[in-house]
Write a protein that binds this ligand. Structure first.
Ligand SMILES: NC(=O)c1ccc[n+]([C@@H]2O[C@H](COP(=O)([O-])OP(=O)(O)OC[C@H]3O[C@@H](n4cnc5c(N)ncnc54)[C@H](OP(=O)(O)O)[C@@H]3O)[C@@H](O)[C@H]2O)c1
Length: 327
């Protein structure tokens, strides 16, 4: 059994774009596994945009926030025998000792569904996609739906759920390869937002206005979509990654006038407030995967020591689909 683990420590709060020197990898002694406890070894670690925001509230010297898939390698807890796969929000660590209270067992998935999907389509991003497009945006047949960050962990699912619901889906992503992939997924139209005039593109692709906007990026992009919404449109504010590394708040025009006169609903949501609904959404996504209606990609970075690069890839757009790190 290993006697030492590794963890990523937040040395300095990020100021603007995170720097490698803001984090440090340190070794630590693993405590003995007492009765009722288990020793876990990381199998996959997640990198997610929220880590950029949440780390601002964590004290320096703490472990970088995050969720991992881990396997029990030593057990003195009968609920979690050796070999059990679990999810645990213990941060960027290679090993973790737990009394089980913070662990969620990952049930065996249908054949062909990888374990790593517990961090993506069958995990937090997959749940956010369901909540946002079904409950918040209230997407229904015939709606014109716009998705930003459309080739990412959340956005790629959102567009496919909207298609399942009978919507016309327009996706925006940051490279031609991403655009080609989301078209393969069934998006009706897809554009590389770095190459097009967003306002003109929306006016042409959605001449009667956008009914639902699933917003992953915020900023000027969101403002332009807002100005192209149809009357009684719904905007689900999932994230605003375009501004996460900004040092000063972005100045965008006031939105209230448009909200009032077009009677638009604009609602933010945090998936962490809806944990009780995970089982329902996981079953729904598994069903769609089995039916071939929901496809998913992962961008896998190899090696615990490469966590920082994988994390920064979220801001440069390296990932298509869910970014995970395999140990
Ligand atoms: N509310 C919630 O509960 C909840 C839950 C999960 C995620 N989120 C939010 O949802 C969004 C997507 O998260 P995710 O996990 O699915 O990440 P992701 O889309 O898999 O990865 C991030 C992507 O953001 C895009 N991006 C980066 N900088 C950008 C910029 N300046 N302008 C436009 N796009 C930019 C990049 O794609 P391109 O190459 O296309 O630019 C990148 O691949 C994030 O804002 C995240 O914070 C919210």
């Amino acid at each position: 059994m290993p006697t030492k683990g590794k963890k990523w420590i937040l040395e300095k709060h990020f100021d603007g774009t995170p720097k490698r020197s803001d984090l440090n990898i340190v070794e630590f002694d693993l405590p003995a596994v007492k009765d009722g406890f288990v020793l876990l070894e990381a199998v996959y670690l997640s990198v997610d945009p929220y880590m950029r925001l949440f780390s601002a509230n964590a004290p320096t010297g703490s472990v970088m926030v995050g969720e991992i898939i881990a396997r029990v390698i030593e057990s003195k807890n009968p609920t979690f025998p050796v070999g059990t796969n679990v999810l645990v929000s213990c941060g960027w660590v290679s090993h973790w000792v737990s009394d089980g209270s913070d662990l969620t067992k990952i049930p065996p998935y249908p054949e062909g569904v990888p374990l790593s999907f517990a961090l993506g389509v069958l995990g937090m991003p997959g749940m956010a996609a369901n909540l946002g497009i079904v409950d918040v945006c209230e997407a229904k047949a015939g709606d014109v739906v716009v998705v930003s960050g459309a080739a990412g962990a959340v956005g790629s699912i959102v567009g496919q759920i909207a298609k399942i619901k009978g919507c016309r889906v327009i996706g925006f992503a940051g490279s031609d390869e991403k655009v080609a992939w989301i078209k393969e997924l069934g998006f009706d139209e897809a554009f590389n937002y770095k190459k097009v005039d967003l306002d003109a593109t929306l006016k042409k692709a959605a001449p009667n206005g956008v009914n639902c906007y699933f917003d992953n990026v915020g900023g000027e992009f969101a403002n332009t979509v807002l100005n192209n919404m149809a009357r009684l449109g719904r905007i689900g504010c999932c994230g605003a990654i375009s501004g996460y590394n900004d040092k000063a708040p972005l100045k965008v025009p006031a939105v209230q006038g448009t909200l009032v006169f077009k009677e638009i609903k604009m609602q933010g949501f945090l998936i962490f407030s809806h944990l009780a609904r995970y089982p329902e959404w996981i079953q729904r996504n598994i069903g769609w995967i089995k039916e071939g209606k929901l496809k998913y990609k992962e961008h896998v970075t190899q090696g615990f020591d490469n966590m920082f690069d994988a994390f920064m890839g979220l801001f440069s757009g390296t990932n298509t689909g869910k970014a995970v790190v395999k140990v």
